[in-house]
Design a protein around this ligand. Structure first.
Ligand code: 2BA
Length: 109
């Protein structure tokens, strides 16, 4: 068994979850926050059989879109504040960030 951990954008979460649950997969949805943008995103946990990993990853890839997001960098610490002009920069946010882990033991009590 494998644990698929997928960080997806909030906008894509309802759809990807619906497709996965409709296909019979069990899933847990966690509210998470990206370390870089410090904005909300969604982390999905799915315990699946080894042979289902590729299908689950394919569904996540198909249903989650990449989007460009504007980020305004913070004022540099210790730098001259009056001459600093914070220009927004574009960041491409996935799609999805997917981790596949081996599960040592799985029980439902
Ligand atoms: P955030 O950490 O908020 O990152 C959002 C986007 O900002 C990233 O999109 C990437 O395009 C950019 N970014 C992140 N760290 C950066 C850095 N040090 N320098 C320049 N740009 C940076 P994604 O790569 O698609 O990541 C989307 C979200 O997935 C992340 O939100 C984070 O919550 C999660 N994630 C991505 N890689 C991860 C990893 N290796 N471990 C844990 N979580 C990860």
């Amino acid at each position: 068994m494998r644990l698929v951990v997928a960080v997806v954008q909030d906008k894509d979460a309802p759809r990807v979850l619906q497709v996965l649950v409709d296909k019979g997969y069990r899933a847990t949805k966690l509210a998470s926050t990206g370390g870089f943008l410090k904005e909300g995103n969604t982390t999905l946990l799915l315990g699946v059989g080894d042979d289902a990993v590729e299908e689950v990853v394919a569904i996540i890839k198909q249903t989650c879109k990449s989007r460009e997001q504007l980020v305004t960098p913070l004022t540099p610490v210790g730098g001259p504040v009056d001459s600093y002009v914070p220009y927004p920069v574009e960041v491409l946010v996935g799609g999805a960030t997917i981790f596949v882990l081996s599960v040592e033991r799985y029980e439902r009590a």
